[in-house]
Design a binder for this molecule. Structure first.
Ligand code: ATP
Length: 441
């Protein structure tokens, strides 16, 4: 199957079918901000649910959390974000374009020349990526706070609360899905890099002596996850960081990369964060962030193995993976999204061949029965071929057609999205037939 060469086709399909829209479009849009439409929101929810299940349902020793976006400003001092969450920024004095210094060719920095217009570049300066805002009604006395640039800190500061309330013992993990904000210097590539995005993070607390082992375990577990959302292993690559590439908090780091149309790019980072985070918060808050082993009574600061994935990037990878323009025997081209059935926004389309002759009533009955089990879409208008094509673009795995034979034999035609094969299935068996293929496959 030919792979997508750029995001352009995906951007136009997303707008045409209602996956993703430019934010505030009627006002001309706002740079690198996007809204998920009726199909996109279902797709993204299914990505999140699959991740959530792979963490909190799969493992008895992982619990969930939903921390506030706004946190005490000291959190970001302790974490190192106030002092160090910066990218080196340079401006072109002529065309005013901004660049991240580390993405510019070296000769531009040496000659101080802008790659786009030849204008002169400023010296580089550190630019903090956190969005600042004010908390409180009176501006002068209000305190400066930040929109969180990552969800992880909400987990770290709640470590003692979870230990006290959840009956979990080390080793155990805390999973969280939520929004994060970064004032990226060079956002772009559709939803790959945006200033508001969602993260799916799980922080796993372990005894320091066992951290290397758990790091290996989580690498393997996370590799396996991408199979459950239908990503071809050939389009995944894993990169272990060398000692000179490690962030200040990390003892070891491993990236999961996907072959996007823009090249191999990060989907997820897995890090051994050592005891850095809990020790920092203990120092800045004055609170005890240690752990007492109930068996041995040993008190220690746990190490943390972090798995941190971008929800929007994963959704984008899923869309790239699913997209196909297929040339049919008659020379026409159909665009089809081959989503894994688990992720498909609509699971089943119910299509009466025509509205008349009792077909509409019977189709409505079937729809009302199936919608208790799946996200179902009902469409009675237009030529059946065109209705199939629309469902192919939405990535709906099965279309159920109700025709005049249905009134006689109490069976429907089920069309498979990928093979386009059609078979008759008795109405009484339809729900179980679909469940077997949609929920288990
Ligand atoms: P990058 O190098 O691409 O800026 P990062 O290494 O800074 O990413 P982390 O801080 O490790 O990213 O965040 C974990 C995950 O969050 C990333 O792997 C990515 O999937 C997602 N993510 C980070 N920044 C953005 C962004 N601006 N837009 C969308 N997703 C993002």
């Amino acid at each position: 199957m030919a792979r997508l060469e750029s995001f352009d086709k995906l951007v136009s399909l997303s707008k045409r079918r209602g996956f993703i829209f430019q934010s505030s479009e009627i006002y001309g849009g706002i740079n690198a901000c996007y809204d998920y439409g009726p199909l996109g929101v279902e797709l993204k929810r299914n990505v999140k649910q699959t991740w959530w299940n792979a963490m909190t349902r799969e493992y008895d020793n992982i619990v969930g959390l939903d921390a506030a976006i706004l946190m005490h400003p000291k959190v970001w001092e302790a974490s190192g974000h106030v002092g160090g969450f910066t990218d080196p920024l340079v401006d072109c004095k002529k065309c005013k374009t901004r660049f991240r210094e580390d993405t510019l060719p070296e000769e531009n920095m040496t000659n101080k020349e802008c790659p786009e217009c030849g204008g002169e570049l400023t010296d580089s300066r550190q630019f903090n990526l956190m969005f600042k805002t004010q908390m409180g009604a009176v501006e002068e006395s209000a305190s400066t706070i930040y929109l969180r640039p990552e969800t992880a800190q909400g987990i770290f500061v709640n470590f003692p609360n979870v230990v006290d309330t959840s009956r979990q013992q080390i080793p155990f993990g805390i999973a969280q899905i939520g929004k994060a904000f970064r004032n990226e210097i060079t956002p772009g590539n559709f939803i790959f890099r945006t200033r508001e995005f969602e993260q799916m993070e799980m922080q796993f607390f372990v005894h320091p002596d066992e951290s290397d082992e758990w790091f290996e375990t989580w690498k393997e577990r996370r590799k396996a996850f991408y199979d459950t959302i239908g990503i071809d292993p050939d389009n995944l690559r894993f990169h272990e960081h060398g000692p000179d590439e490690l962030a200040h908090y990390a003892r070891a780091a491993f990236d999961v990369e996907y072959k996007f149309p823009i090249g191999w790019s990060e989907l997820e980072g897995i890090h051994n964060r050592s005891d850095f985070d809990l020790k920092q918060h203990a120092e800045f808050s004055g609170k005890n962030m240690g752990y007492r082993d109930p068996q041995t009574n040993q008190v220690y600061t746990p190490f943390i193995i972090e798995t941190s994935a971008g929800c929007d990037r994963t959704t984008l990878a899923v869309m790239c993976e699913a997209y196909e323009e297929e040339t049919l025997e008659d020379g026409s081209v159909r665009t089809v999204m081959h989503f894994h059935p688990r992720l498909a926004p609509i699971k089943v389309a119910i299509l009466p061949l025509v509205k008349k002759g009792g077909l509409k009533e019977l189709a409505t009955e079937i729809k009302d029965d199936l919608k208790r089990h799946f996200n179902v879409f009902y469409d009675e208008k237009g030529a059946i071929g065109r209705r199939y094509r629309r469902m192919d673009e939405a990535g709906t795995p099965y279309c159920v057609t109700i025709d005049f034979d249905t009134l006689e034999d109490k069976a429907v035609t089920v069309r498979d999205r990928d093979s386009m094969d059609q078979i008759r299935v008795p109405i009484g068996e339809l729900q179980a037939w679909l469940a077997e293929r949609i929920l288990i496959r």
